[in-house]
Design a binder for this molecule. Sequence first.
Ligand code: UTP
Length: 408
Amino acid sequence: MNYEKTASDLAARGQEHLLAYYGELGEEEKKRLLSQIEEIKWDEIALWKNPRDLSGKGKITPIPGLKISEISARRAEFQAIGAEAVKEHKVGAVLLAGGQGTRLGSDAPKGAYDVGLTRPVYIFERLICNLSEVCEKFGAYVPLYIMTSDKNDKETRAFLAEHNFFGYPEEYIAFFVQDMAASVDFTGKILLEEKDRLALSPNGNGGWYSSLIRAGLLTDAEARGVEWFNVFAVDNVLQRIADPAFIGAAIESGVNCAAKVVRKTAPEERVGVLCLEDGLPNVIEYYELSEEMAHARNKDGSLLYSDGVILNYLFRASKLKEISAKKIPVHVAKKKIPFLDGAGNKVFPDAENGYKFETLILDMIKLMGSCLPYEVEREKEFAPIKNKTGTDSVETARELLRRNGVVL
Ligand code: UTP
């Protein structure tokens, strides 16, 4: 794209400020800026004014799933099926590590965060150790695909290489970079981060599959015989990955997708719940759940909508392929976005100042057509690190790690 064409396109859209510093830039910087502008998804940007209502309009009903008691009773059966799948290299793992972890407030990749007290205990280390346990038990390594973003790709690769991938064989690890999306202020103007670049941020975890394909890694997974992807978040330090019983239950149930869930502790708990919407599986976010639904109870007093998702999913590879052309909705989220003001000064806002555009993995569940909620013990499998202190923080995660026998 050349300068003249870009300038006239931007002027027509009321976004000409993006080229305000063009004349000050070197050749390389000019090229980068023009190519970033070329990649702007204008249809997504337009959503800032009228964000789609994603709260779900269909009829919500509870989704049948496996409770801890049933899983315990059938554990040996599930484990045997899952163990076979792992041994036959039918399972691949996808680590979502493209987020910015803004709530944690560290510039480094979240996985490089050290939760140790008397010795280093990195988040990546905990995850890889948990996965290695399964692989070593069954004598088969699970390919591990790590999604990063432009913001942390270099640092993530360097960190893991420096720590020798925490003992995981390098030939089973591959990285891929997710897409970035432009951000706008509250009047819809796209923000600049520097004179030669837009304020871009990772476009949410919903793009993991398309990014995996673009990186050529679906071909890699297929060549290895992968039939299931176990996709999980970077920030749960008790995350069980390639859990044979979970895999076995999904295979045995014949579903296209399965989700690890924890039982909600209270109606107000801020966690998305898995349910059926017009007969299809869907995750309803805590802020979308009506008061009435949040408080609805079964005869035995337990919550009717109690399956809280913990971002640990199994996706059937063949179904993913089938739905790959389908679009998932874009969420418009208010955020604090550092930007360059009209005078060319960098501003780090204290309050939300604009919108980011993200797709979310939970919106893929509906497209999968069927999903099995698989309940796990919160104290053993759910220690998310979102914040530095308070709820879901380094402090709470440390306590849970200790209780699970991890020396910190
Ligand atoms: P979160 O929703 O907690 O977002 O991500 P975050 O960016 O890590 O943290 P905050 O909101 O800025 O504090 C849940 C999981 O999805 C991944 C994260 O790395 C985490 O594993 N993720 C999120 C991505 O891989 N890409 C994204 O664009 C967003």
